[in-house]
Design a protein around this ligand. Sequence first.
Ligand SMILES: [Zn+2]
Length: 471
Amino acid sequence: MWKNNVFNRPIKMQFTNKRKYKYFIFFMAILLIAVIALNFFKKIKRPNIILITIDAVRADHLSCYGYGRFTTPNIDKLAAGGALFLQAIAPSTDTYYSVPAIITSTYSHYHGIKDKRNALVNPLVPTFAEILSKNNYCTGLFSNGYSFSHIKGVDRGFGTFVVNGNIAADELTNISLKWLKSKGKRNFLLWIHYLEPHAPYTPPFPYGTLYIKDKFNTNDKNISIGSSDKTWGGLKIIPYIVAQNNITSVNYYISQYDGEIKFVDEQIGVLLDKLKVLKLDKNTLIVITADHGESLGEHNRYFQHGGMPFDALLHVPLVFKYEPLALKDKKITRQVSSADIFPTILEILKIKCPKAIYGKSLLGLIQGKTKNRDPYIFIKAQIIDHNLAYSLRTEKWKLIYSTKDKKYYLYDLKNDKDELNDVKDIKKAEFKFLSKKLDEWRDREESVVFSVDTPSFDRDAIEKLKSLGYL
Ligand SMILES: [Zn+2]
């Protein structure tokens, strides 16, 4: 017994110490895990997203793209600390095709817009706002362009969706900022669409006066004013809807267009300043682009968009700015599509993309890790009388097929920037190769699986979407 007593005691004591020791180790392990987890979550804190689309802005009227007028000091500053894409191509020449392609990163055989009259985004195809919303992002869209309320489905995924065609860019910025301040500490996606550069060009004072008499106002032309519905073919007139006070000076309207761009740029400056004050500038990815460009006389079309997919209508600005990427005045010359914005945002957020999207992430290009790109960009546009133009663009060639005259047009973009000389009968091998590719894509586009007339899918269509990873 004694022996037992003697030996029991130390044994018990040993056990008690050991248990305390175990508790201690356990406690320390938990603490360590908590610290590591805290740091981990701090590191992977997802960025906020601000997407700014400016209606009808062509890249070559921004000073960061080399334009003579200093139209965009704020966008220039952003680009100087980010990445500027020198050859960004819109998916179409008007909002009704471009915006659905941007928000779904697909073309109409998936996103479902087959005609402006049937502007409804296929409800089974996810939009990037829906994906972000599912990932706990607070989402808001603010637009002063009514076209956003005409495309059914653009609002999907947005907790706040404000379309008000009666307000100007400054008020739009104000209500966007109010929303930004009210949404608490949650990650956010804010999309602002500024209509301003869209015709008619009527910037507020003083923006309308800035460029009327400057040194870029040389070689003016005067052309007559006429009916806009006949100008799709390039009738060399100023449409009635654009004309002001019977002014026929082309330079006058261009000075007003540039004034609108400057007005919007100042609003972007207001937004960026506020982001700094709110200490949101470091962790916010900012993307600036346009839904399409504007014809300012090319192919005898003045102050309009839509129609044949020439570069004046497709070449848009594209800027990415995100502090943690530590970019400095990065300029990217490869051809990219606005449909690439969606997968780029998701890659930066480390969120998985739907398999079937058309676009490819630009992060590799932005970080200089790759120069490889799919060389083909497809474009679809509505032309006169609800006919369509299908186009395939590489960095060297542009091939267009018009359903109006059932003809192909091939342009050499390196040697004929204005796309004036159709070379399909001279460059026969290139035409054969590219037209085969365009025809294949056109076949798919023409078999749109969804339309507003028959707002349901047949079984094959559902299976197809499933196999492509949508459902
Ligand atoms: Zn537009």
